[in-house]
Design a binder for this molecule. Sequence first.
Ligand SMILES: O=C(CO)[C@@H](O)[C@H](O)COP(=O)(O)O
Ligand SMILES: [Fe+2]
Length: 240
Amino acid sequence: MSSLIISPSILSADFATLADECKRIVELGADWLHIDVMDGHFVPNLTIGAPVVQSLRKHSKAFFDCHLMVTNPQQWIKDFAKAGADMFTFHLEAIVDPQQLSSSQAHPAVVEAAQQVRAAGMKAGVALKPDTLAELLLPYLQQGLLDMVLVLTVQPGFGGQMFMAEAVQKCAVLRQQFPQLLIEVDGGITAETAVAAAEAGANVFVAGSAIFGAAEPAQVMQQMRQAYAAAARQPAAVPA
Ligand SMILES: O=C(CO)[C@@H](O)[C@H](O)COP(=O)(O)O
Ligand SMILES: [Fe+2]
């Protein structure tokens, strides 16, 4: 089992002091920084775009884990690469209606988007809303086109929502076939819910409110690492 990556979501940080918040959370033990990009169309919320990433890059050498909750994510690939993003994770549902996808054949638009992300010099991730099946990603994973899968454990759009436990089963399906894949869980992750996520095979934890909202963020991150280490001693439970 590979080591855990903790990626605090800056959506829960104080935007007025964002550079300082990023520095603080990395010094306290964060591995990556998760940057939630929302366009008010794919999701009913507006957050930040490439200019903010570019500004933050001047203050931080951290790995920028960008989660694009936007319609037509391809239009932002070059801007995010230029701004200094490291991971560009787009939603499968933002490229093609999942009803038109199959688990046995790759859709050219998804292939093209993943290839464009890598050609721009970033790692390519694909995110799944809670209702989208993990199996739909198999054709792209089998071709080695993706560096990470992000499993949403809430409906995308807002921080501070309740963890949807059933969504983590997707991690188990993917982990069984791809032992080295980065599998990120995002939404409602706390030191407690991290246990189920880790047992299912996730190895990248995003947490916004649980980390930035804590009096002792370092302690929360330490508890997450302990949950992960304990789960490493258990085999991932694959649903029947
Ligand atoms: O992508 C999203 C929400 O759409 C997340 O990254 C949230 O920002 C996580 O926040 P918490 O649920 O951990 O508070
Ligand atoms: Fe996110």
